[in-house]
Write a protein that binds this ligand. Structure first.
Ligand code: TYC
Length: 144
């Protein structure tokens, strides 16, 4: 008998409220595998017993945050970096210029902190525009 189907907990934040009470497989000694369908404990020794997972998560895990980083290079025009920061990170001229100059002087700078999928989208937007314009600008993400 299959006791519990395990939900990927990292998706918990994306579930509707009613689905947030998921059965957690984290209880020590509890294993759920396909073997359970065939009776699990084949030798009858009692060692491979399968228990009912009872721990529940009432509070969904917060989606983890990622920093979007801009890297310096010797060729991308300063104006282009400022355009990217304004367009994709909603900065005004002053903020964008400050961040661009920081990256120019220090080698790397933070454009913003976002949930993973948004951070990834912004990195792709910057990299795509840079590629289209044949600039070597690099943008990456890092766990915050
Ligand atoms: N160093 C570049 C130059 O002198 C400007 C630059 C700034 C490039 C920031 C990339 O992320 C960057 N033209």
């Amino acid at each position: 008998m299959l006791i519990a189907k395990i939900s990927p907990l990292w998706m918990a934040h994306a579930l509707p409220a009613a689905a947030e009470l998921t059965i957690d497989s984290g209880a020590p000694g509890v294993r759920a595998s396909d073997d359970d369908e065939q009776g699990g404990d084949k030798g009858g020794s009692g060692k491979d017993e399968v228990g009912l997972a009872t721990r529940t998560r009432t509070k969904p895990k917060k989606p983890s945050q990622f920093k979007v980083l801009m890297l310096n290079d010797d060729y991308t025009p300063m104006e282009f970096v400022v355009i990217c920061l304004k367009r994709f990170f909603n900065m005004d001229m002053e903020q964008a210029t400050r961040v661009m100059l920081h990256v120019h002087q220090k080698g790397v700078g933070v454009c913003g902190i976002f949930p993973y999928e948004i951070a990834e989208t912004k990195v792709n937007q910057v990299m795509d525009l840079a590629r289209q314009n044949q600039h070597p600008l690099q943008c990456t993400l890092e766990k915050a």
